[in-house]
Design a protein around this ligand. Structure first.
Ligand SMILES: NC(=O)c1ccc[n+]([C@@H]2O[C@H](COP(=O)([O-])OP(=O)(O)OC[C@H]3O[C@@H](n4cnc5c(N)ncnc54)[C@H](O)[C@@H]3O)[C@@H](O)[C@H]2O)c1
Ligand SMILES: O=C(O)CC[C@@H](O)C(=O)O
Length: 537
């Protein structure tokens, strides 16, 4: 049974699939302090939050069982991503599920700001009738600057166009082609400042966007500009906004998000030209159901099938690439497990070489899978594809990826070397179309082994009778040999045997084998089949 903790106000209808799933138990506990959360988090496999719960490094120290943190929404700035990644915890979100809600809220704020609706309502609800006090401005033929042309920025642009506004858009990823298609003008931040009557922000909070709207940027704006922020507090420096309002440089601002939430800056909140809502952008019934449904479904698929669609701390890989890469992921895992078992110690350098068809493929997940396979041998189950690179760095290992390495005559080929000083182990493998994975190289030996769960690796002198001797000892212990492959460099020199066996062999069999004359090394190798999958739409 997987235990899921829900700590913010999340739609029960959206969580229905989790409630009804026999393998999941959902606990809803709102308004917990960090201390209370630290006390209980150890009991849970998954945590679902909105923006209120702050998932700190300290909290994650107690989260010994946690595998998934789900943000029922978009922004993950309330989650310590680095700490989650280091601990191998997948962080997922529900991108897109609240786009329309946040877009409509932005438009509502824009119109309310232009027509002073909240102020007029406040006055009218007190019985006043001050028709002269709330004269507004029109959106018609005004210029709207949009900073951040992602999902919400784009939807805002489409709707603002119906008011016949001229739209200027700034986003590092906005191409000329997309701007043209949307019927907007691509502009720089300075052009937006100089030309816009209204500016709305739709970026995440990043080191680049934090404090973007400061005294200097405000001074570049058109006098009487109106600002809307329904993205993240901190994009606008609140003290600079207040100066701008006081000086008349800014005619008004509509804020849904604040530097600190709940906000304490009453000078700003009570300024007559401010309108504010308490982070309501995503607060519609529809959006809340959608975000909760999306994260519930993803949690179920992560625990049931290991498949991840919207991981924040993982590369996004399309479902199509996933499918295509599946046999290579299996081979990568097998190669990594064999290499680390044969290396018998922790390496300090990892070299991965891809050739043939693999040169053209997105191998990021494959590389992670191999690194995970290598590290997991010594660092246990706490290693996964999420924290593989973190742990690699933490343990001082270096790695090198070469694409376009010699392909040894196979249509696809991958090779892994583990090394430390003069010690090195090299394993090469390929996927044979329709026949599955094959190990085709161990150190300098060419072989052809179909990887199985139980393998025996023997290094011996290349002389007559060795194969028979090994076979008869295994026979004496009733161990059935599935396949046997031999490889040698020179006649009469050193050779290897790789056997696949039907069951694991005991120490006494190894002991008997080691007594054989001419046998230099015997290693029992075990392969597990667990391969992580990441999906994306
Ligand atoms: N108020 C709310 O309740 C609410 C609801 C939903 C989303 N949001 C917030 O709205 C913001 C936008 O959400 P989205 O779903 O559109 O995200 P998105 O990822 O689709 O779009 C963000 C865009 O910002 C752009 N960007 C990043 N850095 C930039 C920079 N320095 N200058 C200009 N553009 C930059 C990105 O290229 C991207 O296109 C996020 O911060 C999200 O957390 C708030
Ligand atoms: O959960 C919320 O209400 C806020 C959502 C919003 O800020 C987001 O980034 O998705």
């Amino acid at each position: 049974m997987y235990k899921v903790l829900v700590t913010d106000s999340i739609s029960d209808i959206g969580l229905k699939k989790l409630y009804e799933h026999p393998e999941f138990f959902v606990d809803k506990k709102n308004n917990l302090t960090e201390l209370e959360l630290c006390e209980i988090i150890k009991d849970y496999d998954a945590l679902i939050v909105r923006s209120q719960t702050i998932v700190t490094k300290n909290l994650l120290e107690y989260a010994t069982r946690l595998r998934v943190i789900a943000r029922a929404g978009v922004g993950v700035d309330n989650i310590d991503l680095d700490s989650a990644t280091r601990k191998g915890i997948i962080v997922i979100n529900a991108p897109g599920a609240n786009t329309i809600a946040a877009t409509e809220h932005t438009l509502a704020m824009l119109l309310s700001l232009a027509r002073k609706i909240p102020h007029a309502y406040q006055s009218t609800s007190k019985g006043e009738w001050k028709r002269g006090s709330f004269k507004g401005v029109e959106l018609y033929e005004k210029t709207l600057g949009i900073v951040g042309m992602g999902k919400i920025g784009t939807e805002v642009a489409k709707r603002a166009k119906s008011f016949q506004m001229k739209i200027l858009g700034f986003d590092p990823y906005l191409s000329d082609e997309r701007a043209k298609k949307l019927g907007i003008t691509k502009a720089s931040l300075d052009e937006i400042a100089k030309q816009s009557d209204f500016i709305t922000f739709h970026t995440p909070l990043t080191p680049e966007t934090k404090g973007l709207v400061n005294d200097e940027y405000i001074s570049k704006m058109k006098k009487g500009v109106r600002l809307v922020n329904c993205a993240r507090g901190g994009i606008i420096v609140e003290s600079a906004l207040l100066h701008g309002l006081q000086s008349g440089q800014i005619a008004g601002a509509a804020l849904d998000v604040f530097e600190q939430e709940p906000p304490t800056n009453l000078d700003l909140l009570q300024h007559p030209n401010i309108i504010a809502t308490p982070h309501l952008g995503a607060s519609t019934e529809e959006a809340q159901e959608k975000v909760a449904k999306e994260v519930s479904e993803e949690i179920i698929s992560i625990f049931e099938t290991n498949s991840i669609r919207h991981a924040i701390n993982m590369p996004q890989i399309s479902g199509e690439i996933q499918k295509k890469m599946k046999p290579f992921l299996e081979l990568g895992e097998q190669i990594a497990q064999l290499a680390i078992q044969l290396f018998k110690q922790a390496p300090n350098k990892i070299d991965i070489r891809y050739s043939g068809e693999l040169i053209e493929e997105d191998t990021s997940l494959l590389t992670r899978t191999m690194i995970k396979g290598i590290l997991a041998y010594h660092l246990s189950d706490s290693v996964n594809i999420i924290n593989a690179f973190h742990l690699l760095k933490e343990h001082g290992l270096t790695y090198n990826i070469e694409k376009n390495a010699p392909n040894k005559g196979f249509s696809n080929y991958m090779e892994l070397s583990l090394s430390k000083g003069n010690e090195i182990v090299v394993i090469g493998g390929t996927v044979l179309n329709g026949y599955g994975t094959r190990i085709v190289k161990i150190n300098n030996y060419r072989i052809d082994v179909k990887p199985e769960q139980h393998l025996l690796y023997i290094k011996h002198e290349d002389r007559p009778g060795m194969i028979g001797l090994v076979g008869s000892i295994l026979g004496d212990y009733h161990i059935n040999i599935g396949t046997m492959q031999v490889g040698r460099e020179t006649i009469g020199g050193e050779a290897i045997m790789v056997l696949t066996l039907d069951k694991k062999i005991d120490d006494d069999v190894i002991y008997s084998l080691k007594l054989l004359n001419g046998l230099e090394e015997v290693d029992v190798l075990e392969l597990s089949k667990e391969v992580a999958v990441v999906e994306n739409y």
